[in-house]
Design a protein around this ligand. Structure first.
Ligand code: NOJ
Length: 536
């Protein structure tokens, strides 16, 4: 496989509303992000995936875009954006923009024109029908909304304020490519493509993901925009299997660099049901799924590695132990993921071991998906208790609380009133405290990133799962003569491993436990380490 910069990259996702507020309005902004670039450089990341900062009424926190070529006033100006790109570049950090082109905001000029003037070309940029079918919105309720004025229904797979675009319209596709080139010309490092597997939909046949035109559209996009540039492109593809991932990311097919697969992320809900229908994680399933992804892409695709993003709960609360083993289990998940093959993504605050923020009432939440689900489930007869249990486990606001920078009021995130309250534990868990403590979660992330930079085995080594007790996740990476072993105990109990190998040195570990003979080694709860094996 031809080596590209993004094979070696470590990406950090910034959710702008919650990262750092520079002007005291309680909302994170672009100058706030720029002011924290030195912190990110210290962590060692080499790219930032910036969640949407475009002009938007913020019905879905910016995933509802009203103007792709303007910056939302709450985040700053285009000059602020240019400055962020330039300042990041000085620190060898590239900016990956969020490309949300499955839908726009209903306040986008195209949709406004489409509604006001049904004879306009813009009408066909969206999907209109005289009668709705029974497709559901991902944010609850029907996917169709009636427009009184024109007497037709428009399609929206997300909120009513996010009408789906009609990719069958060639003129629309060209407009999207022009807009992408506007950003490419600004010197960005790539695009993260929101729900990109939905653009080939055929609503009348209820084909939503992976429609027949999806890959032809992506090939066309590649040629019209980033094909001859060195950009990182990553598609959000919820239903991808390794075979599907190869269609996107096989370099010979000239589509994307990689995709986000979510198979591991679906392991803790009842199969076939909604994400709110909770089921405990079975570690052996996690081992099977991640190992499949590690081995099956071969040279025909590239993995992205992640536990968290702005849609998912915090990993340490989700599958770790965010109480007595918070630090250890946060580090265990970091070690487990960062020694795998693929490009790692860190979601803001993950490097601090931030936890979920349980609430007792829906009033304390802001997220449209959570609020819609609450009302939908109340109507369907669910108890408030069960709904709150699901929201506290999986609701998106768990990941969206502002970043605690210090132990001061509101974690030093803002001098005003934060748009969403911080997790009350910010006095103990914050950036300043993490930086000061050499044993913090932050320093483990920093070390893991440095190991990846220093050792090609982390980027290129072959992966092999080691058969172990079900709660222990252990795997080898091998490159030429070099062989590393990662061992992670994903449980609150002691476990044992037996490996017929000797090692030279410990590369990273999350406990002070002495690591001796691997033939019958007792792992303490959540213990994790990486060793370099000796040649025989
Ligand atoms: C996926 C994004 O990650 C999520 O936050 C958003 O709500 C939907 N796509 C709609 O854009």
């Amino acid at each position: 496989m031809q080596e590209k910069w993004w094979h070696n990259a470590v990406v950090y996702q910034v959710y702008p509303k919650s990262f750092m507020d520079s002007n005291g309005d309680g909302i994170g902004d672009l100058p706030g992000i720029t002011s924290k670039l030195d912190y990110l450089a210290k962590l060692g990341i080499t790219a930032i995936w910036l969640s949407p900062v475009y002009d938007s009424p913020m019905d879905d926190n910016g995933y509802d875009i009203a103007d792709y070529q303007a910056i939302a006033a709450i985040f700053g100006t285009m000059e602020d954006m240019d400055q962020l790109i330039a300042e990041a570049k000085k620190r060898d950090i590239r900016i990956i923009m969020d490309l949300v082109v499955n839908h726009t905001s209903d306040e986008h000029a195209w949709f406004v024109e489409a509604c006001e003037n049904p004879d306009s070309p813009e009408r066909d940029y969206y999907i209109w029908r005289d009668e709705p079918n029974d497709l559901d919105s991902i944010f609850s309720g029907s996917a169709w909304e009636y427009d009184e004025k024109s007497g037709q229904y428009y399609l929206h797979f997300f909120s009513k304020k996010q009408p789906d675009l009609n990719w069958e319209n060639e003129k629309l596709r060209q407009k999207i490519y022009e807009m992408m080139n506007f950003w490419i010309d600004k010197g960005i490092g790539g695009f993260r493509m929101d729900v990109i597997d939905m653009i080939g939909k055929i609503p009348d046949e209820k084909v939503v993901n992976n429609g027949p035109m999806l890959h032809p559209y992506l090939k066309e996009m590649n040629q019209a925009t980033f094909g001859d540039k060195e950009l990182l492109t990553v598609g959000e593809t919820w239903g991808a299997t390794p075979e599907i991932a190869k269609l996107y990311s096989n370099p010979e097919r000239h589509e994307l660099s990689m995709v986000f697969q979510f198979e591991h992320s679906l392991l803790d809900n009842e199969p076939g049901k909604e994400k709110w229908d909770l089921k405990p994680l079975d570690v052996s399933e996690l081992k099977a799924v991640l190992s499949k992804w590690q081995t099956e892409l071969g040279n025909e695709g590239w993995n992205s590695l992640f536990w968290n993003n702005h849609d998912l709960p915090r990993i340490v609360s989700r599958w770790g132990n965010d109480k007595e083993y918070r630090v250890r289990s946060a580090k265990a998940f970091a070690i487990l993921l960062h020694m795998m093959k693929g490009t790692p993504y860190i979601y803001q605050g993950e490097e601090l071991g931030l936890t979920n923020t349980p609430v007792s009432s829906i009033e304390e939440l802001d997220d449209i998906e959570s609020i819609n689900m609450y009302h939908d489930r109340i109507e369907r007869g669910f108890s408030v208790e069960s709904i709150m249990e699901s929201l506290n486990a999986k609701g998106r606001d768990n990941a969206r609380r502002p970043i605690p920078w210090t132990a001061e009021a509101n974690g030093g995130f803002t001098t005003g009133t934060p748009w969403l309250a911080l997790n009350p534990n910010y006095k103990e868990i914050n950036v300043e405290a993490e930086l000061q403590n050499p044993d913090s979660v932050f320093h483990t992330y920093r070390k893991l990133i440095q190991l990846r930079k220093d050792h090609p085995i982390v980027v290129w080594g072959d992966y092999e799962l080691l058969e172990t007790n079900s709660n222990v996740f252990a795997y080898y990476r091998t490159l030429g003569e070099e062989r590393w072993l990662t061992v992670v105990n994903l449980s609150d109990s002691e476990e044992e491993i037996s490996v017929d190998a000797r090692f030279n040195k410990v590369l990273v570990a999350n406990t002070e436990d002495e690591i001796t003979d691997l033939h019958a080694y007792k792992l303490s709860p959540w213990q994790a380490f990486v060793v370099e094996l000796s040649g025989n």
